[in-house]
Design a protein around this ligand. Sequence first.
Ligand code: ATP
Length: 270
Amino acid sequence: MNSAVPVHSVSVHIHGLTVRHRRTTALDAVDLAFGPGVHGLLGPNGAGKTSLIRVLATVAAPTSGRVELLGGDVSAPAHRTAVRRRLGYLPQDFGYYPGFTVREFVAYMAWLKEIPRADAPAAVERAVARVGLADRIDAKVRTLSGGMVRRVGIAQAIVNDPRLLLLDEPTAGLDPEQRVDFRALLRELGRDATVIVSTHLVEDVAAACTEVTLIAAGRVAYRGTPQTLAGLGAEAGAADFGDNPIERGYAVALRRQRSGAETTGWTVTR
Ligand SMILES: Nc1ncnc2c1ncn2[C@@H]1O[C@H](COP(=O)(O)OP(=O)(O)OP(=O)(O)O)[C@@H](O)[C@H]1O
């Protein structure tokens, strides 16, 4: 099998994805597709966002359903290996080696992703510079602040110039200035790659996302643009549910899902 991954395919196709953790159903027969752009994944605590991202990152297997990433089914080992070279993943709980320097840690991740040895040093420096840590590249990770460590996590996720980038609450712990810079980086990355970002911050969604997917109780409660979600929030009776239009739209979509009504944004099938 050819292990090359096509660059401009629909990046993510999920069919009937169910994930169970013992007796808890985290995702319930979900169908979704994602193409290039920045996709915000919103939802209450326990909605299933991390469960979805972990399956897309190929670190967890579905209980049932089919997952196609970058043009092939990831249940095929050869394709899964090819996808991992083109994948970037920042887990919610990001493990690192505190005794490594930033350069050593990101280089180690570059090696795991099989970046050619000759290309790795420049790729590491570029990734670290993109997260604003060039001046700390030779500092040990244990000497960095929590927000800086988070940025090291983002650097390792982007070091291989991923076609599919999965970020689980990347802005947690970043200061406001860093969040602004990070959103600009997201927009830049989303020009070519498919970027899926789980977040609780509606500001992230408003500033950086081209599309929003709202997950609730293991199901897709809403899909649309940040603008259409904000439009939902402009409805009569929604004023009490949040401080800004997107928060209000989020509340309306959740309420509708809980009452069993369909919420229509628009469906993405690029
Ligand atoms: N390892 C596990 N064992 C048992 N239950 C789990 C496990 N991981 C997740 N769950 C359950 O699955 C459901 C979905 O969890 P998940 O972490 O995917 O949600 P989330 O949307 O990412 O939540 P949060 O916003 O709090 O991070 C929850 O009910 C959670 O308690």
